[in-house]
Structures are given as structure tokens and as C-alpha cells.
Design a binder for this molecule. Structure first.
Ligand SMILES: [Zn+2]
Length: 299
């Protein structure tokens, strides 16, 4: 599942490729996950992409109507196209000269698009296309007016961004949830947004904290180590081009490298790089936790 680093990597490369392009048409074959709100297809014809951004794990494509290509729309409100990749979403932009792809690695990101997993096609006047592929159809697209309230309510309750939250805010928010299990809480997007299964495992391994421990059992030093561990693993993944499942492929079509640096996630049976104990995997709260049974004791 694409998490904050993967979405950051896709957003950064889309920003370079589609900013300034004029939208020609939108086609989609999964209306149950396409929400137009007060808009319709004709509202997107002729709009210009002004930026591509991220909020939590959601991709935000900002478009403006007050540009050439759209007639009689002076002063019209700007529109935000929100895309959530959820479990298996991919975003692929392709034109005559270039191709960038990011998201879940199944089906392979180098497979020609459109294909049978393609749900939405955004066509631009330069001949380029942005494909939203989603094998399992959990992802969604929402079209809303570009104001804070509309965008926030479309996304749902989101805690502070995992990359932007300060240590102080992180520890204050933890104090309010003494009974929560730490891994489950870290993956709760209303607690902190952007962290999922991968980076909760990685952060907890770095801080030597068992994923099932309660927040109340964490010492001040452990809370600090956890904050630092999450920051480090997110930044490392972004530097390396993101990671997802076993074979994340980054926006340039290169394999994501982060997993070669992963310390816990999906390292089942491999020796812990601190103590040599095989990394274990255990189902917890419906998700798999990966951890070192020696370094991360359940106290
Ligand atoms: Zn260990």
C-alpha cells in the first residue's frame, strides 16, 4: 500500500510533468468511486493544472478555470481533484516523450496503459494522459471546490502530517491516548497522517518498541526515539524514491530501493541488523506487525 513516501515521490514527479497542462477530457469506468460533488465533466474541460500536492496519503491536483482554453469562466472558482490510491492504486503519466509511474507494484508499473485495471483517464491537450489504475478498486477520486473546508471534508479527519508534526505535538497527542496500542495508533490517520504498516514497523524497530505496547507504558526516552525513528525512516524512503510492498517502482520506472534498507517490514526470518535474532511477524489488530522479538520486548 502506498504510504507517505511513495505518495510524495509520485506527487513530486507529477508536479514536474503535468503542471501547466490543459485538461481535455476525463473518462472513468468506476462511477461508484468517482464523486463529482457539485461539478460535472464539462467543468473540467479546459482547466489548467496549477499544482500537484499531497495531504496525508491523498494526491491533490489543483486546477484553475481562469486560463486560456476555457471560455467565459473568468472568476470561476478553482477546483481540486483528489485521488486516494488506497491499497492498489497507481498513477501513470504518459506523453509522446516521457512516462512516469508510481504507486502499487501490481500489475507491473511498466505495463502499457490503459489496461484492464485503468479506472480513470485524464487526457490533456498536449496529447498526454494521466491514468489512475486500481486493481482492487478501493481507491477514489473526488472533485471539490478548492477551499480548505471542502478539501478537508472530502479527505476525512486527518491528523497532522507525519513529516511536519513537531516532537512536542507528537508527544502531546500520544498523552491523550494512554490505552491505545502503539502500532495501531500510529496507523490511525486521524492521529498522524501518512504512516501505515511499513513506516510504523520501521519506526518502532528503530525505537526498540514492541508494536503491541500501550502508549502509557512508553518512557519519555522511548517516545523521543519513536518520533526520531519514524522521521528517519520516512525521509530515508523519500530519498531512495519510496517503497511499497516488495517491488515499488518509482516515478522514473526504477525499482524502489528503500526495502533494501528496511529493518523490520517484510524482513520475516532475516536476522535483525542489531542483534541477529530473526525478525518475527505477528497479526495484531487485523494487520501484520514485523519486529525483532529480542530488541522489541513486550514489557
Ligand atoms: Zn534485534
Amino acid at each position: 500500500m502506498p504510504e507517505l513516501p511513495e505518495v510524495t515521490v509520485i506527487v513530486n514527479s507529477l508536479n514536474k510533468k503535468i503542471k501547466g497542462l490543459i485538461l481535455e477530457s476525463v473518462e472513468y469506468d468506476w462511477p461508484r468511486k468517482f464523486f463529482w460533488g457539485n461539478y460535472s465533466i464539462k467543468d473540467l474541460k479546459g482547466v489548467k493544472v496549477t499544482s500537484v500536492d499531497r495531504k496525508g496519503k491523498v494526491v491533490l491536483i489543483e486546477v484553475s478555470k481562469g486560463t486560456k482554453g476555457a471560455k467565459g469562466t473568468k472568476g470561476a472558482k478553482d477546483i481540486t481533484i483528489l485521488i486516494h490510491l488506497k491499497l492498489t492504486g497507481q498513477l501513470i503519466y504518459q506523453d509522446a516523450k516521457t512516462r512516469v509511474a508510481g504507486g502499487h507494484p501490481i500489475p507491473p508499473l511498466n505495463l502499457p496503459s490503459p489496461n484492464k485495471t485503468t479506472r480513470v483517464i485524464f487526457a490533456f491537450t498536449n496529447g498526454g494522459h494521466l491514468y489512475f489504475n486500481d486493481l482492487r478498486k478501493f481507491g477514489w477520486v473526488k472533485i471539490v471546490s478548492s477551499n480548505k473546508y471542502q478539501v478537508s471534508s472530502a479527505i476525512g479527519e486527518l491528523g497532522p502530517d507525519a513529516l511536519e508534526i513537531s516532537f512536542r505535538e507528537f508527544s502531546e497527542r500520544l498523552e491523550k491516548k494512554p490505552n491505545a496500542r502503539i502500532k495501531k495508533l500510529l496507523m490511525d490517520q486521524s492521529f498522524v497522517s501518512g504512516v501505515g504498516n511499513i513506516y510504523s514497523d520501521e519506526g518502532l524497530w528503530r525505537a526498540k518498541i514492541h508494536p503491541a505496547r500501550s502508549v502509557a507504558s512508553l518512557s519519555d526516552a522511548e517516545v523521543k526515539a519513536l518520533y526520531d525513528g519514524i522521521q528517519e525512516s520516512l525521509k530515508l524512503a523519500i530519498d531512495k524514491g519510496g517503497s511499497s510492498a516488495n517491488s515499488f517502482v518509482d516515478s522514473g520506472g526504477e525499482k524502489g530501493l528503500f526495502l533494501t534498507f528496511a529493518k523490520a517490514y517484510y524482513m520475516i526470518g532475516k536476522p535483525c541488523s542489531r542483534c541477529g535474532t530473526p525478525i518475527a511477524r505477528k497479526k495484531m489488530d487485523g494487520r501484520s506487525a514485523h519486529f525483532c522479538p529480542s530488541c522489541q520486548k513486550l514489557k
